[in-house]
Design a binder for this molecule. Structure first.
Ligand SMILES: CC(C)(COP(=O)(O)OP(=O)(O)OC[C@H]1O[C@@H](n2cnc3c(N)ncnc32)[C@H](O)[C@@H]1OP(=O)(O)O)[C@@H](O)C(=O)NCCC(=O)NCCS
Length: 514
């Protein structure tokens, strides 16, 4: 233990002395006056120096309520006889536990039979160290909260051992295969797949929301110029959308207003992403088009070109596979922020921040960088053996929940094959080599390609620059965040876990200013 760690304080160091006392034959009125005059909450009742009772403010309240003759009541009749006592060398934690378990607020301090002081709950609580640190219901969570269930949800789930995930009651991969993105968006926000009429109404509602609000569009060039990455700029711009559109705390608004805010952010974020991308390249933003599908419009806003429909569909399918994925870090972040009652933009900004980290959404461009660094089929094994031996994490591999093939990776590998992505053949060789090398060098960890490995291959083929990879992940994950935000706000309790303090035991006396 370091030298500056103090020993646990004792009751003797904290107690008040001398003690205000009373005799058993004193009247309660006299004792009460003495307590008031000395500003104390109790008097210790003594016989000589021996403690025989304690009379507290609580006893006085009982006495007052009984309406008895003040001059006639004796202390002996109203005191607590033979109270618990402690010795001066008792540690404050022990004394605190004794007081709190019995509900006492004062405890006389005795040395042998002799009264030497009194200590109150308030004195003990002044010593931060004796605050109860372990609540009986405290549950230890594993590092990274792995496997801990923290909420009920109807949005979706991931079954890691089976390699399966779903949006509401549907297999997410099947949705990405069969439906358009807006249908899944409707499913997540409104709870069911739309009928044809509902789809038209949903499109009519959301299309105008794709426009960047004028006050944001005005300052977007400055935001884009002042940010190092698209994610940074979009994070700032989303915050501004919430401000200029007057978003109010989720706690203060009804479900319809929360849904409107959520739909606007889901709709405008793809426009913000492509606008910032263009502005950073010195080009003017391009407004969305109503006649294009979701992915095709995204590509159009990026470069003003009409692309091969297969590419538009490829991007859209990637976006659909990444809409939601259980209680991942960014979704959890968005729910925590919502649980405080903050507005929808605040929660989405938090989600963007969490997603930007390389351990979460920041990896797809790194996975492609890996393919470049390996370069040739012959180099794959030696390169990977060296990297893993040196303790590097291979980007695009491994997952907290999947201990088998990530279904998103399997699906996107198929998409990459279907659209004839240039890098697909090489990527498949590298994938197999990584899996083999990790099985040899990290046995039992069950490491496979995650969503980000083939995401990079698909997006690259569809013409997306690498700096757009993570933002494109965000362009659709915002829908999952918003579904979770709405669910959290509809049935909320603030998310507020605890931590175990493991630093130097307090209180270390604060040194005087130098
Ligand atoms: C996704 C990820 C963050 C999950 O992290 P996690 O659940 O905390 O898993 P851990 O980091 O504890 O990994 C468990 C073991 O597998 C190893 N491992 C995990 N992913 C690995 C990877 N991509 N390359 C090499 N080893 C890896 C770890 O080194 C660890 O080995 P150890 O038991 O010798 O310490 C992690 O696999 C990773 O960093 N992957 C690369 C980044 C990436 O692709 N992110 C996108 C996620 S969709």
């Amino acid at each position: 233990m370091p030298d500056d760690v103090p020993k646990v304080p004792t009751v003797g160091e904290l107690m008040s002395s001398p003690v205000i006392t009373a005799l058993p034959d004193d009247t309660v009125a006299e004792a009460s006056t003495r307590m008031r005059d000395h500003g104390v909450g109790s008097v210790v009742v003594v016989d000589g120096e021996r403690v025989i009772g304690i009379l507290t403010e609580r006893d006085l309240v009982r006495w007052g309520a009984a309406g008895v003759d003040p001059g006639a009541s004796k202390v002996a009749e109203w005191m607590t006889a033979d109270p618990d006592v402690v010795s001066p060398d008792t540690g404050v934690q022990v004394a605190y536990d004794g007081l709190s378990s019995h509900g006492y607020r004062h405890i006389p301090v005795v040395e042998g039979d002799r009264l030497v002081g009194i200590v109150s709950m308030r004195d003990l609580l002044r010593i931060a160290a004796i605050q109860p640190v372990v609540h009986p219901s405290t549950i230890e969570a594993p590092p990274g909260l792995e496997g801990v269930i923290v909420a009920d949800t109807e949005v979706g789930d991931v079954r890691g051992l089976e390699g399966f995930y779903h949006y509401r009651q549907y297999n997410a991969v099947e949705l990405a295969d069969k439906r358009r993105l807006e249908d899944v968006w409707h499913l997540l926000i409104d709870g069911h797949l739309p009928s044809a009429a509902e789809r038209e109404a949903f499109l009519a509602e959301t299309r105008p929301l794709r426009a960047v609000p004028a006050p944001v569009a005005e300052v977007l060039p400055a935001i884009a110029a002042g940010s190092k990455s698209i994610m940074e700029a979009v994070r700032t711009a989303v915050s501004l959308v919430g401000a200029v559109e007057g978003y109010r705390p989720t706690l203060d608004i009804d479900a319809a207003e929360r849904r409107r805010n959520a739909l606007q952010l889901c709709a405008v974020i793809p426009t913000l992403i492509t606008s910032v991308y263009r502005l950073q390249a010195g080009q003017e933003p391009i407004a969305p088009r109503d006649d294009l599908g979701y992915g095709a419009n995204y590509l159009f806003m990026m470069d003003g070109q009409e692309h091969d429909p297969e590419k538009g569909r490829g991007v859209e399918q990637y976006q659909m596979t990444t809409i939601d994925h259980g209680f991942n870090a960014s979704t959890f972040t968005a729910r925590v922020i919502t649980s405080t009652g903050a507005d929808v933009a605040a929660a989405v900004v938090g989600g963007i921040g969490a997603l930007s980290g390389p351990l979460h959404g920041g990896a797809p461009s790194r996975a492609l960088d890996l393919l470049d660094a390996i370069g040739t089929v012959e180099n794959a094994r030696p390169y990977l053996v060296q990297a893993v031996t040196e303790g590097e994490k291979i980007m695009g591999f491994g997952h907290r929940v999947y201990k088998t093939d990530d279904p998103r990776s399997v699906f996107l590998r198929g998409v990459a094959e279907r659209i004839g992505a240039e890098k697909i053949t090489f990527a498949k060789v590298v994938e197999q080599t990584v899996v083999d090398v990790l099985a040899e060098l990290k046995p039992g960890r069950n490491l496979y390609a995650n969503v980000e490995f083939y995401a990079g291959v698909v997006m690259d083929h569809c013409g997306l620059a690498r700096e757009l990879f993570t933002p494109t992940f965000a362009s659709s994950r915002v829908i999952g965040w918003c579904a979770n935000i709405l669910e959290q706000a509809a049935d909320n309790r603030i998310i507020r876990p605890s931590a175990r303090y493991v630093g130097t035991p307090p209180p270390v006396p604060v040194p005087d200013e130098a």
